[in-house]
Design a protein around this ligand. Structure first.
Ligand code: SAM
Ligand code: SF4
Ligand code: F3S
Length: 442
């Protein structure tokens, strides 16, 4: 109805980079006068910001698009859009056009900033607008961002990926590495601190490549030193580090910069050299273990997390046993575990010896069970200690209980009043649980 504000609803799938893109597109929509709403059925624009890293992520999108057909039928003025990684795959925009004619808008990762212009065209010309750029040299700076929460913020520092791990679709849908200029990152973080944000997480598929394309001598360690100088900022995190490009300069920077948290997310993927080679990961098991050793030698309290995959083509029982053994040796605090899923157009999808589903399923269960044991044992080591927690909010289901994270990124819960939200609080840990620690204010 004229005069009433229009509403937009964004559904985000996939990784933090997509979360961050959704915040940007929400900012662009607000700039057009839209209010963001949690109620999908009351929205005038519904945007699905998609992921294609595994088939399960894609299926969720296809299912939701099917269900939205009726909503569009009842309200023809509703704009339904698909953005993100899925439309960057060859054939997907055509599939959407054919199977889901109620989708008005399709855009990709490289032209997300075109969203306002595309919506204006749809409204004024009553047409469908499907436009996906194949690549973008640079991404525009200074666009409005509507962020979730007021304490922690995502800040992308490098877009794209040059690594081409043989199982992974990301380099195909996100393009080549493009670093943001350090001045732009610093300016954005300064502005965030002025708005009250206290923690930033720097995002990139491989943050260790940061700066290589800039040609100004600034690397990721330099960026950390620059951000560490920002007054009013309390914590800096980053993800993800590729083990191959991880170096001592970065460990030294983390040790030297008091704002940079001692948490290392270092995806191993597999413990067998044979599998690592066929994955094109560019490091060996021995190199990986050396890196872990160097981190722990310099920063004894370091937290370590990882991504692991089971069922890569040709993975034998012995290969899998080596992944279990790596987990036992490193003793990660947390591991994100995945079953290999063939992605069209990636080299691994065409490799012989695809592992049967039943074997994959048995291996992932074994891996998860082992990691759970280790996570709980590691968490128990914190019992009796005092941790610095940045309080983010209240527990959803427990009134009077606050939650936040310690420097090594473990979730901590403790009783307290809401005026503690947004503060750094020292919490004495009483009890370890599998996914969090509980305690009381020291
Ligand atoms: N850039 C990060 C890195 O190199 O570790 C990870 C990005 S990817 C979005 C996150 C994780 O998804 C990967 O670490 C990998 O374990 C998993 N992944 C990627 N492609 C996959 C596939 N085809 N099947 C199963 N898991 C996959
Ligand atoms: Fe994918 Fe490998 Fe790039 Fe990570 S480094 S996004 S796993 S290709
Ligand atoms: Fe998915 Fe794209 Fe991220 S494929 S994991 S949303 S970069």
């Amino acid at each position: 109805m004229d005069g009433e504000p229009k509403r937009a609803h964004i559904v985000t799938f996939g990784c933090q980079m997509n979360e961050s893109d959704s915040e940007l597109m929400a900012g662009l929509l607000e700039g057009m006068g839209y209010e963001c709403t949690d109620a999908l059925d009351r929205a005038d624009v519904i945007l699905l910001n998609t992921c294609c890293v595994r088939e399960t992520a894609e299926n969720k999108v296809w299912g939701l698009l099917g269900r939205l057909k009726k909503l569009k039928h009842d309200r023809p003025d509703l704009i339904i859009g698909v953005s993100g990684c899925m439309p960057q795959q060859a054939g997907v925009p055509a599939d959407i056009k054919r199977r889901f004619p109620h989708v008005d808008l399709v855009l990709g990762t490289h032209n997300r900033h075109e969203l306002p212009d595309m919506i204006t065209r749809i409204r004024s010309q009553r047409v469908r607008v499907h436009e996906v750029w194949e690549a973008a040299e640079t991404l525009p700076e200074g666009l409005p961002v509507r962020r979730q929460g007021g304490i922690r913020a995502w800040v992308p520092v490098i877009h794209g990926c040059n690594n081409f791990c043989t199982y992974c679709i990301v380099p195909f849908v996100r393009g080549r590495e493009r670093s943001r200029r350090p001045e732009s990152v610093v300016e954005e973080v300064r502005a965030l601190v002025k708005q009250g944000y206290r923690e930033v997480t720097l995002l990139g598929q491989n943050v260790n490549s940061y700066g290589k394309d800039l040609g100004n001598g600034v690397d990721f360690a330099n960026l950390l030193y620059l951000l560490n100088e920002i007054e009013g900022l309390w914590r800096v995190r980053y993800m993800t580090s590729h083990p191959r490009d991880f170096n001592d300069r970065l460990i030294e920077a983390v040790a030297a910069c008091e704002k940079v948290c001692e948490n290392f997310h270092l995806p191993a993927q597999a413990g067998s050299n044979q599998v690592l080679r066929r994955m094109n990961r560019g490091y060996t098991r021995e190199y990986y273990l050396d890196t872990v050793h160097s981190i722990r030698a310099k920063i004894s309290e370091a937290g370590l997390s990882t991504d692991l995959m089971v069922g890569f083509p040709g993975e034998t029982e012995d290969d899998f046993a080596q992944t279990l053994d790596l987990v036992r040796q490193v003793r990660y605090d947390q591991a994100f575990t995945f079953v290999y899923n063939p992605r069209r157009g990636t080299p691994a999808a065409g490799m012989p010896e695809q592992v049967p589903d039943a074997v994959k399923s048995q291996r992932i269960q074994e891996l998860i069970a082992l990691q759970k044991e280790i996570s709980l044992e590691n968490n128990r080591l914190s019992e009796g200690s005092v941790l610095e927690v940045l309080v983010e909010g209240t527990a959803e289901d427990k009134p009077g209980v606050l939650t936040g994270r310690c420097r090594t990124n473990k979730q901590v819960a403790f009783p307290g009043s809401e005026e503690r939200i947004g503060r750094l609080v020292r919490v004495a840990i009483d009890k370890a649980h599998l996914a969090f620690l509980s305690g009381h204010e020291d």
